[in-house]
Design a binder for this molecule. Structure first.
Ligand code: PMM
Length: 263
């Protein structure tokens, strides 16, 4: 059964919900409501990765996320920390996070894989070709599905070499990261091949630009959430372990309907 990861961006500038949950108390209340709506995991992030976003000092990032991680973990929630910084990952694990979600697949911070190896938590390695300021300049592929899988396998090699057991690794094709328009659809189409590598797969399509492109206009959030529920069902059919979404009820319902169909 595909799990639902609820997104909690404690940032002023994430592309669809920036600034809404910058106050840790507001972020915590939002995370609790996602959990009550049925999120299986909560992904807490303190640095926006939206195209063109500026980097944030890890001290600021930690001030944003650690109180939220600690409170949720103490309530029994399964918490993931969305960070590219080893020091933030390590501090979040000490605060109770069970998964480190690094969209850069350990490439951004050379200390990341070693820091995670010292813990017993899982790591999600995202497909990434450089920081958001330059990622579109590197969006050149002959066969994007194949290249994403091959580059993620290299990241697995680095993670295992750093001392992380393969069973702790989750792969994420990095939708929207260094991929333009149709490249995202091709990457999703290749999910079965990514799953065939033998690792759990996490996918994040929620509210992203390429969904609006498919809808033919600059679709508002409600329409993007519906589109996200559809991609979540299709990803579930492709065998993914979890989908990362902003709006938990639409995706939960869509997954429940798909399960009923299959049963
Ligand atoms: N996308 C964003 C942030 N974190 N983490 C994973 N594992 N996969 C993603 O696709 C992903 C991510 C950017 O989206 P947001 O700003 O809406 O959180």
């Amino acid at each position: 059964m595909t799990l639902v990861m609820g997104i909690v961006n404690v940032t002023p500038d994430s592309f669809s919900d920036g600034g809404r949950y910058l106050d840790p108390d507001v972020a915590l209340a939002h995370a609790r409501s996602l959990r009550a709506q049925g999120a299986d995991l909560l992904d807490i992030g303190g640095e926006s990765t939206r195209p063109g976003a500026e980097r944030v000092a890890s001290r600021v990032e930690q001030q944003r996320v650690l109180p939220v991680v600690e409170a949720l973990a103490s309530e029994g929630a399964v918490v993931s920390i969305d960070t590219m910084n080893a020091s933030t990952a390590a501090a979040a694990v000490r605060a109770g996070a069970r998964l480190v979600n690094d969209v850069s697949g350990g490439l951004s911070d050379p200390e990341m894989l070693a820091a995670v190896a010292e813990t017993d938590v899982d790591i999600a390695l995202g497909h990434w070709r450089g920081p958001s300021s330059e990622m579109y300049a590197r969006a050149d592929y002959a066969d994007v599905g194949r290249e994403v899988a091959a580059e993620l396998e290299e990241r697995v090699g680095a993670a295992v070499a750093a001392g992380i057991a393969p069973t702790r690794i989750v792969l994420d094709p990095g939708i929207g990261f260094g991929k333009r328009g149709v490249q995202n659809w091709r990457t999703l189409n290749a999910l079965p091949a990514l799953g065939a590598l033998g690792y759990r797969v996490l996918v994040g399509t929620s509210r992203k630009r390429f969904l609006a492109d498919a809808l033919g206009d600059d679709a508002d959030l409600a329409r993007r959430d519906l589109a996200t529920a559809v991609t979540s069902v299709l990803a579930a059919r492709a065998g993914v372990w979890a989908v990362r979404v902003h709006d938990v009820p639409t995706t939960r319902d869509a997954l429940a309907v798909a399960r009923a169909w299959e049963a």
